[in-house]
Write a protein that binds this ligand. Structure first.
Ligand code: BTN
Length: 274
């Protein structure tokens, strides 16, 4: 598939970032992973209007054929990083995209731990951070941050779970909306976090937008169902849940599945705009 042009000037934000824009790809994350396998030190942003095999966390599909969707992946190398940092990057990316949407679109966004963005009680975006690991050292050498945003459209032919939980940022794309501005703002904020990832300065932003604090929830750990009340996150970005015995459980992103459906709310239960 031939790349089409996109007017995104990232020179001052992310120097030497290669940008490729497509009408359709299987998955922008797949594209970036293949690219980085051949171009180890390079940094790349790949966008697509549609994906035929959009992927979510834990092997799930991500519906990627909306009338207007924004699907992109950012790939870059990191210096021998510990695997634990992958969830920090998910949280940094979520915090950056929350701020970008709030600034560029003026919409109030929430985050369902760990990687789902919600607007008006529905999931409107997902983040899939993947690592390329050096097998010898077991350290991460490159990262791929994939983000899918539902802008406008319906989920008629999506799976039933997506139909119940997914929503869009808009019913009709506003004339003033510009994909480019949203991406640039995301890159600007995310690059700052990336340069100083150890400081975890995004954690307060993330926690401020965390969905469901005080809410009774259920979650699956190795297919077994547990219940508890969300208390917040810790310094590692892990979710703190108070169980029935009043003990705090620490939930680690890779081990837990939280269904989006239990966080879905009707419009009116949340504040829509600023
Ligand atoms: C999730 O909901 O679990 C995460 C969804 C991440 C979707 C994005 S869309 C761009 C990139 N390419 C993919 O195949 N997935 C990510």
């Amino acid at each position: 598939m031939k790349a089409k042009s996109l007017e995104v000037n990232t020179e001052k934000i992310w120097e030497n970032l290669e940008i490729r824009n497509f009408e359709e790809l299987d998955s922008t994350n797949n594209y970036v992973k293949k690219y980085l396998a051949k171009n180890k030190e390079k940094e790349i942003l790949v966008l697509a209007d549609r994906q035929t095999k959009g992927r979510g966390r834990s092997g799930r599909n991500f519906y990627s054929k909306l009338k207007h969707g924004l699907y992109f992946s950012l790939g870059f190398s990191v210096e021998d990083t510990d695997p634990e940092l992958l969830s920090m990057y998910t949280i940094a990316a979520a915090s950056s995209m929350i701020q970008a949407i709030e600034k560029e679109c003026g919409l109030k966004i929430k985050v369902k731990w760990v990687n789902d963005l919600f607007y008006q009680g529905k999931k409107v975006a997902g983040i899939l951070a993947e690592a390329i690991t050096n097998q010898k050292t077991n350290k991460i050498s490159s990262l791929v941050i994939g983000i899918g945003i539902n802008l406008v459209g319906t989920f008629d032919d999506a799976d039933s779970s997506t139909q119940k939980s997914a929503g869009t940022l808009y019913e009709v794309l506003p004339e003033e909306f510009e994909k480019e501005s949203l991406i640039i703002e995301f890159l600007r904020v995310f690059h700052l976090y990336h340069q100083n990832i150890e400081s975890k300065s995004f954690l307060p932003v993330y926690e401020k937008h965390l969905l469901g604090i005080g809410q009774e929830v259920y979650y699956l750990r190795r297919d077994k169902k547990y219940e508890g009340r969300i208390e917040g996150i810790n310094e590692q970005g892990q979710l703190l849940v108070k169980n029935k015995k009043n003990n705090i459980e620490i939930l680690i992103a890779d081990e837990i599945h939280f269904s989006s459906e239990q966080f879905v709310q009707e419009i009116g239960e949340t504040n829509e705009n600023f």
